[in-house]
Ligand binder design. Structure first.
Ligand code: GDG
Length: 474
C-alpha cells in the first residue's frame, strides 16, 4: 500500500511524546493472573510491557475478561493502573470465546483451513459480550480518551461504543489475518462485522494485504468508498485503514539471551540432547494454523529417505497447550502426538528420541536458551498474522548464527526476507528447504542472520505501539 498510514518503519519512537489524552485499552483478556497468594499480578509479555507505561502515564485504564468464567472480580489495581473486569459466564465462554471467536472467526480468518462452525446462538453470545465491553468502556473512559480495542473477539465494539460516546477516538487492531472477500463473505453476519468495525477512527492490520482485504469487503458489503490511500468513507465519516506490523521487545530478548546463566543452560540443553550436529526447533501454541504436523512429517520423510540422520539431527518441538475445550484443538493434539510416536518409534535409539516433544508452557528462562540452542528454527504456519516466535528466535541469536525457515504465509515473512522462505503445502520444496537449512555453511548463515537482526532492531514493539497511537491521537 503506497504511502501506508503509520507503518512502524516510518516513525521515530523516541521523539513521539506520550499522548496527553488518557489511553484505554480493551482486549478479550486482561493482562493479569492470580499469584500463589491469591493476588492479581500483571502477566509479562512484550505487548503488555509496551502498552502499560502509556496507560500509566496517561492515567488511562484497561478493560477485559479475567479468564475465569462467572468471576465477579471488582476493579483490579496493579502497576499503578486500573483494570476493569468484564464478567463472562460459563455459557458465554463456550459460545462467545470457544464458539464464535475460536471456532467460527479463527478458522475463517486463517484461510478457512478448517471448516468454521456457523451457529446463531454463538453469534448472539458474541453480540452480548461485545455490548457488555462497549458499555463498560463507555462508563469508565475519561472524557476525550483514546480507546484502543484489540483483536477479532471485539469487532462489534467500535460501533457500539461510538453510539454511546462521541467524544472518544476509537482504534482497533487485528492481531490475526483479515481474509479475502471470497472467504469473508461466507460469514452469515459479515455485514454486521464490517459495520461494527467501521465505527472506529483507525483500523490497524498486520499486513498491507489484510488492510486491502478489509477495504474490499467494506466496499462490496456496505458500499464504503475509498477516498484516499488508507482512507475509507462510510456513513459520512472517514476511517483510517492501515498496516502496523507488530514486533517484540528486541532489547529485552537480547539482554536475556546474553546472560551467563542462559549461555550455560544452552550448553546443557545441547548435551542433554546428545550433542547432535544440528538441533531443529519448533515453538508454537498447539494450533492447527501453525503447521506443526506438516513440519514433523517433513522431518520424518527426511529421516526415512536418509537425507537426515537421527544420530546427527535432532528435533525439539514445544507445543504449548491452548484452547483445549475446542474439538479441533483436541483432534490436532491427537494427530501431532501420533506423528511424534510414529517417527520416534522408527528412528529413535534407546535413550535418544529423535523428536523431543513437550506439550507444556515453558518459563521464558527455558525458552530463550532453547532458541539459542536451535541451529535451525522451523516456523511454518499455513497462515499467521505476524508470528512473534520468528522474531524472538532472531533476537535471541546474539551469537549471530542460526537459520530461520519461515513460511511465506506469515506476516513476519514481509520483514524477514533473509529467512529461507517456504510454502508448507509444497512437500517437495519443504523437504529441500529443510535440508538446505541444515547444510547451510556459516558463510551464508551469518550474513543472513545479521540482516534479519537489523530488520527487527529497526522496529520494536514500542515503536509499533507509538505508530498506532500517532494515527489515533490526531
Ligand atoms: C497472535 C497471532 C501474532 C509460545 N510457547 C511458549 C511461549 N510462547 C510465546 C512465544 C510468543 C507467543 O507465545 C506466540 O506468539 P505468536 O505471534 O507466534 O502466535 P499467536 O499466539 O498465535 O499470536 C500472531 C500475535 O498474535 C501478536 O500480534 O504475531 O500472528 O496469531 O511470544 O514466545 N512463551 C513461553 N513458553 C512457551 O512454552 N514463555
Amino acid at each position: 500500500m503506497p504511502g501506508a498510514v503509520g507503518t512502524v518503519n516510518d516513525i521515530d519512537a523516541q521523539s513521539t511524546p506520550t499522548p496527553k489524552r488518557p489511553l484505554v485499552i480493551a482486549a478479550n483478556r486482561l493482562p493479569v493472573a492470580l499469584n500463589d497468594d491469591g493476588e492479581w499480578e500483571t502477566s509479562p509479555g512484550g505487548l503488555v510491557r509496551a502498552l502499560l507505561p502509556i496507560v500509566q502515564e496517561s492515567e488511562g485504564a484497561w478493560v477485559g475478561w479475567t479468564g475465569q468464567a462467572d468471576s465477579a472480580a471488582d476493579i483490579i489495581h496493579t502497576d499503578g493502573i486500573e483494570m476493569h473486569p468484564v464478567p463472562i459466564s460459563a455459557d458465554e465462554m463456550e459460545r462467545y470465546y470457544e464458539g464464535f471467536a475460536n471456532d467460527t472467526l479463527w478458522p475463517l480468518y486463517h484461510d478457512a483451513i478448517k471448516e468454521s462452525n456457523f451457529d446463531g446462538d454463538d453469534w448472539n453470545a458474541y453480540v452480548a459480550v461485545n455490548e457488555r465491553f462497549a458499555v463498560r468502556i463507555a462508563n469508565i473512559a475519561p472524557a476525550n480518551a483514546l480507546v484502543w480495542i484489540h483483536d477479532y473477539h471485539l469487532q462489534l465494539v467500535p460501533a457500539m461504543l461510538r453510539a454511546q460516546r462521541s467524544d472518544v477516538r476509537i482504534g482497533w487492531f487485528n492481531h490475526i489475518p483479515f481474509p479475502p472477500l471470497e472467504l469473508f463473505q461466507r460469514l452469515p453476519w459479515r455485514t454486521e462485522i464490517i459495520k461494527g468495525l467501521l465505527g472506529a477512527d483507525v483500523l490497524g492490520f498486520q499486513r498491507e494485504r489484510g488492510a486491502r482485504n478489509f477495504i474490499a469487503a467494506a466496499h462490496q458489503l456496505v458500499d464504503a468508498t475509498e477516498v484516499d490511500d488508507n482512507l475509507v468513507n462510510f456513513d459520512g465519516r472517514n476511517v483510517h485503514v492501515g498496516n502496523f506490523p507488530i514486533s517484540i521487545d528486541v532489547d529485552e530478548f537480547e539482554l536475556l539471551a546474553s546472560g551467563r546463566a542462559i549461555r550455560q543452560r544452552t550448553a546443557q540443553i545441547r548435551t542433554r540432547l546428545g550433542d547432535p550436529e544440528v538441533i531443529l526447533l519448533g515453538v508454537d501454541r498447539l494450533d492447527y494454523t501453525k503447521g506443526i504436523g506438516a513440519r514433523l512429517r517433513a522431518f520424518g520423510r527426511l529421516l526415512d529417505s536418509g537425507r537426515l540422520d537421527p544420530e546427527r539431527h535432532v528435533m525439539v518441538q514445544i507445543a504449548t497447550p491452548t484452547r483445549q475445550g475446542v474439538e479441533l484443538y483436541q483432534e490436532e493434539r491427537r494427530e501431532i502426538e501420533q506423528i511424534v510416536g510414529e517417527i520416534n518409534g522408527v528412528h529413535a535409539r534407546l535413550g535418544f528420541p529423535v523428536i523431543h516433544y513437550l506439550h507444556q508452557m515453558l518459563p521464558l528462562g527455558e525458552l530463550i536458551p532453547l532458541y539459542r540452542a536451535g541451529d535451525v528454527m522451523l516456523v511454518t504456519p499455513f497462515r499467521d498474522g505476524m508470528n512473534l516466535v520468528a522474531k524472538e528466535y532472531v533476537a535471541a541469536h546474539v551469537d549471530g548464527d542460526g537459520v530461520l525457515v519461515l513460511s511465506e504465509f506469515t506476516g513476519a515473512a514481509d520483514e524477514l526476507e533473509d529467512a529461507l522462505l517456504v510454502n508448507p503445502h509444497d512437500e517437495h520444496t519443504f523437504d529441500d528447504v529443510i535440508v538446505r537449512a541444515v547444510e547451510m555453511h556459516r558463510h551464508e548463515r551469518r550474513p543472513r542472520m545479521e540482516a534479519m537482526r537489523k530488520a527487527i532492531e529497526s522496529a520494536n514493539v514500542s515503536m509499533w505501539a507509538r505508530s498506532f497511537m500517532d494515527v489515533l491521537d490526531t
